[in-house]
Design a protein around this ligand. Structure first.
Ligand SMILES: Cc1cc2nc3c(=O)[nH]c(=O)nc-3n(C[C@H](O)[C@H](O)[C@H](O)COP(=O)(O)O)c2cc1C
Length: 526
């Protein structure tokens, strides 16, 4: 049996990585720019298979894609190489670059803490055809295990052959995985993010993987592909298949993509590969608490994987008083922009204008982001682990104040009326962004209830869910030509601010929404 049921590990990691007014002053962290890690994983000895870039116009509205339930897996739906390329690009591809005196930053499709991009993607697939039929009908992408290189926009083959059954077994023989022609694995590389954020990186794994998966769900839906997320699997087996050095990089989630009637019969043996990769930095610092947290939340047996799946703990807020119902989803013109257009222009707003947004716009963002996530730990569909608490600074049609969101009823309940801009800035680690935003959405969760249901791995799940909802908020904001930014926060002070309603909960994540300061950046990065 694994250490997963001994939930002190998650409690300790969470309290040991809290930010507070004092902690950031007592333990300042100075960045060693000379030792900044590379932003990409590179396998120099493997050949690159370049992916096609002539993306098809899906014509599917981004807002519809964000709010959509996943595509039903009832017909043969095997992505061709062009479709797979489009899914990878709009999930984790390089969408923009910006030069600065020290070099060039390559921004990606999904937001990521510190633009450090520590989440890597791997593809495990059956034979994949090209839309442009090859003369000798060979597969355009032969069955194998591949690493996705965002910089070169290509795949490098780690293993040749159909290895899907290894993942099917690791995922407790789940039928969606067994019938998936493509499985996409996300990994997190500690040092790539810990260079800046030290031990808090384990939280960021969930957030940064989550924003990427929000994009993946949206583009997958737009391309008519069933997609389902799995956070419960045998860690050791998946890490071994990808040949990861699990002291440095670990698998975080799987996505079963597409559907095929046939299921893999078995997988070849996957021995160690010891493939060379380019060093990220001259030296790496090891933060043991994160490795311990990961180990303590790892699953060892099929019984544990199967027990992980299924009903989420019941999440019921006390009855609401003083409520405002969300308005119907806005059908303003920019909302018709496609998933590709919205992801291509998405950025993180660097400065908000303090101008109001409308209640209809806020409603559209909340509705879109809370419609449900197809994930193994969120059954029945529509279940959620996080509660959303809001500081409303400037929303036309809604009094300024603190609110809690009632998911089922689609209501905002006023907890306290008042002007909390300065407080929001303080709670968001004394940054200007949350003070200037029109609304700040704080994610809080009853960690004890979650750990009781899922063990330590529930900690991974609650952070991942927050990242996915946060990623959906990003897309729903940019779909309406509004701005958005993920943020970090002073943990306990957030809970105190929303108490007594939030008493006993833990602060998980924060997203600011509003209007960008510069007119130009209303449609792009501020
Ligand atoms: C989970 C998360 C937390 C973030 N926290 C902060 C923050 O505290 N302060 C900030 O200025 N930006 C924050 N950001 C924004 C990132 O810096 C930004 O995503 C990154 O630089 C990449 O730029 P882009 O989102 O414009 O593509 C956060 C983003 C995410 C996804």
């Amino acid at each position: 049996m694994s250490e997963n049921p001994q939930v002190d590990a998650a409690r300790q990691y969470h309290s040991g990585t809290k930010h507070s007014y004092l902690s950031v002053r007592m333990h300042p962290h100075f960045l060693d720019w000379e030792n900044k890690p590379l932003l990409f994983k590179l396998y120099p000895t493997l050949e690159v298979i370049r992916l096609p870039r002539d993306f098809q116009d899906t014509g599917k509205s981004a807002l519809a894609a964000i709010a959509a339930e996943s595509v039903q897996a009832n017909s043969e739906s095997i992505p061709d190489l062009e479709t797979l390329a489009q899914v990878l690009f709009f999930s984790a591809g390089v969408t923009k670059s910006r030069k600065h005196p020290q070099g060039e930053i390559f921004f990606r499709a999904a937001a990521c803490t510190g633009a450090l991009y520590e989440i890597e993607l791997y593809v495990i697939c059956t034979n994949i055809r090209s839309r442009i039929q090859l003369a000798d009908s060979r597969s355009a992408l032969p069955a194998g295990v591949y690493h996705f290189g965002a910089a070169e926009f290509g795949l490098r083959q780690l293993r040749a052959g159909d290895f899907r059954q290894a993942i099917v077994t690791a995922a407790g023989d789940d039928p969606s995985v067994a019938h998936a022609p493509v499985i996409i694995v996300s990994t997190g590389t500690y040092w790539r993010n810990a260079w800046k954020y030290q031990s808090r990186t384990y939280r960021h794994f969930g957030w940064d993987n989550g924003t990427l998966l929000a994009n993946l769900l949206a583009i997958g839906w737009a391309m008519n592909l069933p997609a389902r997320i799995f956070a419960g699997f045998l860690d050791r087996e998946v890490n071994a298949l990808l040949d990861l050095d699990s002291n440095r990089e670990v698998a975080l989630s799987l996505v079963a993509l597409g559907h095929t009637e046939s299921a893999p019969a078995g997988a070849p043996t996957a021995g160690p590969l010891a493939l060379p990769t380019v060093a990220y930095s001259a030296k790496e610092v090891d933060y043991a608490s994160m490795r311990e947290m990961h180990e303590a939340s790892s699953l060892d047996s099929a019984t544990e994987v199967i027990a992980w799946r299924g009903t989420a703990p019941h999440n019921q807020l006390p009855p609401a008083h003083d409520t405002t119902a969300l308005l119907p989803v806005s059908d303003s013109r920019p909302a018709a922009d496609t998933v590709e257009q919205v992801i291509a222009r998405r950025g993180s707003t660097r400065q908000f204008s303090r101008d109001p947004i409308t209640l209809a716009q806020l409603s559209t963002m909340l509705e879109g982001a809370t419609g449900g996530i197809p994930a193994d730990f969120l059954e029945p569909f529509g279940s959620h682990l996080n509660d959303l608490y809001l500081i409303v600074n400037n929303v036309a049609g809604l009094a300024a104040g603190a609110y809690v969101y009632h998911w089922q009823e689609r209501l905002l309940e006023l907890l306290k009326r008042g002007e909390f801009r300065e407080k929001a800035g303080y709670l968001g680690l004394e940054q200007q962004i949350p003070a200037d935003a029109a609304v700040d959405v704080f994610f809080l969760a009853d960690l004890e209830r979650i750990l009781e249901r899922y063990g330590n791995r529930g900690y991974r799940a609650v952070q991942l869910e927050a990242g996915i909802i946060g990623g959906k908020l990003y897309l729903a904001a940019y779909a309406q030509k509004l701005g958005c930014s993920g943020l970090t926060f002073y943990d306990d002070e957030v809970v105190s601010f929303f108490s007594p309603h939030a008493r006993g909960k833990s602060a998980i994540f924060l997203v600011a929404l509003g209007r960008s300061r510069l007119r130009k950046s209303d449609t792009g990065r501020a």
